[in-house]
Design a protein around this ligand. Structure first.
Ligand SMILES: Nc1ncnc2c1ncn2[C@@H]1O[C@H](COP(=O)(O)OP(=O)(O)OP(=O)(O)O)[C@@H](O)[C@H]1O
Ligand SMILES: [Mg+2]
Length: 217
């Protein structure tokens, strides 16, 4: 059984009379203990795919299964429950509640999931001194790492990351890579959308997307 499976996913966006086919029949499977890098040009559909796989957005066609259970086209409460139980998600932005400190954001995630522990996540991501900070006080790279701490707080089976190293320096990128690798070895199924060649190199498999389709070499 795949940890996460997207089958024949389609997603269309409509703005006025224009239709953007963001996903056009995408298949993807994630296995426990493997990291897949999703690479492709800006606008190719990476964030759309990740949102559909995480159950934050609904595909217009196809379906998503998480740990053998149907995630797509279920009531929002069901999707939220499956997401909380199995999936950690780092979005391109907006991962933290603005009115809560970084530590409270993590505590809330743990409470919603009913598992996990605050532990030393922030220290290990190099932002141990920012636990009491409000999200608005963080730099872009610090906010990305705080978002990653929230995504990992409940020790998810599946981790979905949208450009986790977009705003960080080389040292921090290395630290995040080590961290993802550790999670992979602990059995987490990881999907990372990235423009970073060094991150993609660390993956077990690279999935290339262009104009909403997976391209095979
Ligand atoms: N909410 C939306 N409404 C309308 N169009 C959208 C919406 N979200 C995405 N799109 C369009 O869908 C396509 C895919 O966008 P997406 O954000 O998935 O790209 P991406 O590969 O993540 O790009 P980037 O590397 O810049 O993050 C783009 O053409 C984008 O303009
Ligand atoms: Mg994107």
């Amino acid at each position: 059984m795949s940890a996460l499976r997207g089958h024949e996913l389609y997603r269309f966006f409509h703005v006025g009379d224009d239709e953007t086919p963001a996903l056009r029949g995408v298949d993807v499977q994630l296995e426990a203990g493997k990291m897949v890098a999703l690479v492709g040009p800006s606008g190719s559909g990476k964030s759309t795919l990740l949102a559909c796989l995480a159950g934050l957005d609904e595909p217009d066609g196809g379906h998503v299964d998480v740990m053998g259970e149907r995630l797509s086209r279920r009531p929002e409460a069901t999707r939220a429950r499956l997401r909380a139980r199995h999936i950690g998600m780092l979005m391109q932005s907006g991962n933290l509640f603005d009115h809560l400190t970084v530590s409270s954001n993590i505590a809330l995630q743990i409470e919603l999931s009913g598992k996990g522990e605050q532990g030393s996540l922030l220290q290990r991501l190099g932002i141990g001194e920012h636990g009491d900070a409000m999200p608005s006080q963080l730099s872009g790279g610090e906010a990305a790492r705080a978002g990653l701490a929230v995504a990992l707080a409940a020790d998810p089976d599946i981790l979905i990351c949208d450009e986790p190293t977009a705003e960080v320096d080389a040292d921090t990128e290395h630290r995040i890579l080590e961290f993802l690798d550790e999670r992979r070895r602990a059995g987490c199924a990881i999907l990372v959308a990235t423009h970073s060649a060094s991150l993609a190199q660390c993956a077990d498999r690279i999935l290339r997307i262009k104009d909403g389709r997976i391209v095979h070499d």
